[in-house]
Structures are given as C-alpha cells and as structure tokens.
Design a protein around this ligand. Sequence first.
Ligand SMILES: C[S@@+](CC[C@H](N)C(=O)[O-])C[C@H]1O[C@@H](n2cnc3c(N)ncnc32)[C@H](O)[C@@H]1O
Length: 253
Amino acid sequence: MDDTHPTPTVPPSTASAYLNPSYWDERFTKEEKYEWLKDYSHFRHLIQPHLTPNSSVLELGCGNSQMCEGLYMDGTTNITCIDLSYVAVQNMQNRLLSHKFKDIKVMQADMLELPFDDECFDLVIEKGTMDVLFVDSGDPWNPKPETMAKVMSTLKGVHRVLKENGTFISITFGQPHFRRPIFNAPEFSWSVEYTTFGETFHYFVYVLKKGQRSSNEDIQPVKSFEVQHFNLFHEELEGEDFAFRINVDELNN
Ligand SMILES: C[S@@+](CC[C@H](N)C(=O)[O-])C[C@H]1O[C@@H](n2cnc3c(N)ncnc32)[C@H](O)[C@@H]1O
C-alpha cells in the first residue's frame, strides 16, 4: 500500500464497512489521496503493453487514486473513471481539472450496473475495487451466494462493455486459486492469465482478453491444498489493505 496523504486513515472497526457507500463518502470528505495495494509506478510496465494512445479505458472504483493520471501521462487520454461515491467523484473531478487532466471523464456509477453501451471500451481496469465485494464473503473457498451474485454482475457488465478483443485488467491481492475459477466461469469468452509484482508480498495482475478463451481453459476446481499461508505480522501487512487480505470479520468471530 502506498499512502500519499499526510495523516493515516484509521481502518473501520469491521471490514464489512467497506461495502457501505456512506463509509466511502465519509472517508473521501477527509482523505485527499490514497493508493490501495501499490501506486501505478509499480505495475505500469505490466499495463502499458495492453494500451495504445487510441485505447478507450474504463476504470472501476477510482476513489482518490492517481492511476488515471498515470495512464494519461503515459499517452492514453480517452479515460472514463467511475466510482459509487459521489464525494469521490466530485473530488476527482476537481483534482483533474486543477491539474489539467480535464479530458478524463469521471462519473458516479455502480460497477454492478455499468451504464455504458455494449462493446464500447478497449480496456477496463480496476485496482482493489472488486476486492471490496469479497470483504464479507465468508469461506474464501466457497464464497457466499450474495458475494458471488455481486461479483458475477460486475464481471458480466465488464465483459459486455468490452469490445471484441478488449482486455480486462484486475489488480488485486486475490490469489489465483480463488480468482481463476471465477474469471473462468463458462459465460465468459476471455482468456485468463496473471502475473505478479511486489518484492516480498506479491500482488496479482490478471489480464483477461475477450474472445481469446481457448477450448481447454475449463473452470479450475478450487483445491484447498493450494492455500498459500502468509505471516500476518509481515511488515507489508500492516497497512489498511490488511483488512482485504484476510477476512478480519471472520477472525473476530
Ligand atoms: C479499495 S478502494 C480502491 C480505490 C482505488 N481503485 C485505488 O486503487 O486506490 C474501493 C473503491 O471502490 C469504490 N466502490 C465500492 N463499491 C463500488 C461499486 N459498487 N461501484 C463502483 N465503485 C465502488 C469505493 O467508493 C472506493 O473508491
């Protein structure tokens, strides 16, 4: 996590708060900048091969991240950012105008019901936004039906708004044994690949290419023996995204 704002944000007492839109509105009234996971400089080399200056890009749940400015400065200027939080959207619009990124569009929208036409974006990207949907998922090997309904709504919307051969990039700490079976659901025509970045703790960058699923890319069954245990006291887990990496509420019960 790269925290670029002057005072640390106190995590909510329960991770389920991240699912509450008013939590984000209240947070964004006080917080100017914050990067979940890592900032763009850490993974831009993994994103840039999928972009051209003509690419149309949709970012889900921009919050107050500076990823869109990074993409813009790297030459892709046709960017639309959405966030469910009205405050995040207002703040982002003001920030982009004052820093001469006025071409970047920002709008309030729910990623579960994307208000865009079919096949209108070359690339959809999200960083830490879909992770919010998993904070009260229960057993990660068998997420609650409510969680899966929201995740599938989001993914179906992303798949729908992507152009044929468009790309979805998901930047997350969600590990492949949990995410690949979801991304590989039979209704999606995309191929699923991933890579990692980060030094001691690895973050995952999933690259899903619409229309490029190969016939042998079946849903991988979830296998409990693939669990990678990690040390909860590792220094990189001291940031707020700690709450996303484990199900804190489950531990508290
Ligand atoms: C963990 S933050 C990530 C913010 C940013 N992407 C980053 O990397 O710093 C999650 C963001 O998703 C937004 N969000 C939560 N649920 C959403 C939804 N259903 N649709 C759109 N945005 C949502 C929140 O308002 C918040 O800005």
